[in-house]
Design a protein around this ligand. Structure first.
Ligand SMILES: [Zn+2]
Ligand SMILES: [Zn+2]
Length: 333
C-alpha cells in the first residue's frame, strides 16, 4: 500500500520483494500499526523523503529470508520492527553506544519501505524478538507507541513510588498510564472530561484529573508535585501549564509531537532545577524489552483492526483522533 507522491492517496500495488542483502532480513508482515507519524510519509513532510514510499513503522511479522552477515535471526522467528530502522555503528553516537541518536539512523517507512505491505526488507540490527504471549496485532502498536512511552519512563529518573503524571489518554497515553502503574509509580492520568475517569482507573491510574473541571497544576501540587510529567498532547498550548505541576527537580518530557513551540516560564526551571526534555523511541533491544515487559505485566494496547485494503480508512480514523486507541492493519495470514 504505497504513496506515489507527497499528499497522495494510498494505492494498492503489486511488486517483487527481492532476497535481502548483507545485514538485512525479509519479514513477512502479520500486522502493522498506524501511527500519527505515518503522516510524515503520506504528506511528504520528512526532509528528503523519496517517493513512491510505503509507510509503516509498527511491524510485527515473521522472518521470511535472512541475508548474508546476519548472525542472529532465522527464518520462521517472530520479529518486530519499529521507528528505529537501523544504525550505522560508526558515527560518534554509535561509537559511544547511543544508537538511537545515530547520525545516519534509518527510519522504517521513511528511509525504506515500511509495514503497510505483505513484506518488509529491513536491517537486522533494528529488529526485536516478539514474545510468545503477545499476538501480532497486540505487538505491532507496542513497536512505536509502546516503546516510546515505556523507554521514556524507564529512563526518566523516576523511582518506584514517585509521582508520575501522564498528559492525555490517547494512542500513546493509554499505554503510558499502564506502563507507569505497572512500573510502580504513583500514576496520575490527566485528560479532558469526567467520562475518561473510569477508563483511567481501569488502565491503572491511582488518581484522575479532569483538566476541564480542575486546575491540573494545583491538583498536582496538592499531591506534592510530579517528579515526571510525560506529555502525549498534540496541542502546544494545552501543555504550557505543565511546568507549574512539577515537583522540585521535576522533569517535563514530551513524547507526543505538539503543533508548535511551547512557551516556558524560565523561573521554575532556574529556581527549582526543573527540566523540559523530549524522548525518541529506542533501539530494537529497547523494543524487545518493551514487548517482554508488556507480556510479563499484561500491558496491552486497545486497538481497532483494519485489513490492508482499508489502510486509508484506518489512517483517516487515526488522524481524526477518534481511534480507540490505536489502529492496526492485520494482514490476515
Ligand atoms: Zn510511530
Ligand atoms: Zn551511527
Amino acid at each position: 500500500m504505497q504513496v506515489a507522491a507527497a499528499g497522495g492517496a494510498f494505492e494498492l500495488i503489486q511488486k517483487e520483494f527481492p532476497e535481502p542483502g548483507p545485514g538485512h532480513v525479509r519479514i513477512r508482515v502479520q500486522a502493522c500499526g498506524i501511527c500519527h507519524s505515518d503522516s510524515l510519509t503520506k504528506l511528504g513532510q520528512w526532509p528528503g523523503i523519496q517517493f513512491p514510499r510505503v509507510p509503516g513503522h509498527e511491524v510485527a511479522g515473521v522472518v521470511d529470508a535472512v541475508g548474508p552477515e546476519v548472525p542472529l535471526f532465522k527464518s520462521g522467528q517472530r520479529v518486530g520492527l519499529g521507528w528505529h530502522g537501523g544504525h550505522c555503528n560508526y558515527c560518534i553516537p554509535c561509537r559511544r553506544g547511543d544508537f538511537i541518536l545515530c547520525e545516519n539512523q534509518l527510519i522504517s517507512g521513511i528511509s525504506f519501505d515500511g509495514g503497510y505491505a505483505d513484506y518488509v526488507i529491513a536491517p537486522a540490527n533494528a529488529l526485536a524478538y516478539v514474545h510468545d504471549d503477545l499476538s501480532d496485532v497486540e505487538a505491532a502498536p507496542l513497536m512505536c507507541a509502546g516503546i516510546t512511552t515505556f523507554n521514556c519512563l524507564r529512563n526518566s529518573g523516576a523511582r518506584t513510588g514517585d509521582t508520575v503524571a501522564i498528559l492525555g489518554i490517547g494512542g500513546l497515553g493509554h499505554l503510558a498510564v499502564q506502563y507507569a502503574a505497572k512500573s510502580g509509580y504513583r500514576t496520575i492520568a490527566i485528560a479532558r472530561g469526567q467520562d475518561k475517569a473510569p477508563l483511567a482507573k481501569q488502565l491503572g491510574a491511582h488518581v484522575y484529573i479532569d483538566s476541564t473541571a480542575q486546575v491540573p497544576a494545583k491538583e498536582l501540587q496538592k499531591l506534592g508535585g510530579a517528579k515526571v510529567i510525560l506529555s502525549t498532547l498534540t496541542s502546544a498550548k494545552a501543555l504550557e501549564w505543565a511546568m507549574d505541576g512539577l515537583a522540585l527537580a521535576g522533569k517535563l518530557i514530551i513524547v507526543g509531537a505538539p503543533d508548535g513551540p511551547i512557551a516556558v516560564n524560565p523561573f521554575p526551571l532556574l529556581l527549582g532545577r526543573r527540566t523540559v526534555t523530549g524522548w525518541p523511541s529506542g533501539t530494537g533491544m529497547d523494543s524487545e524489552d518493551t514487548l517482554n515487559f508488556s507480556a510479563l505485566t499484561g500491558v496491552k494496547p486497545m486497538i481497532e483492526v483494519y485489513p490492508l485494503e482499508k489502510a486509508e480508512e484506518g489512517y483517516e480514523r487515526m488522524m481524526s483522533g477518534k481511534a480507540r486507541f490505536r489502529a492496526v492493519i492485520n494482514m490476515g495470514k
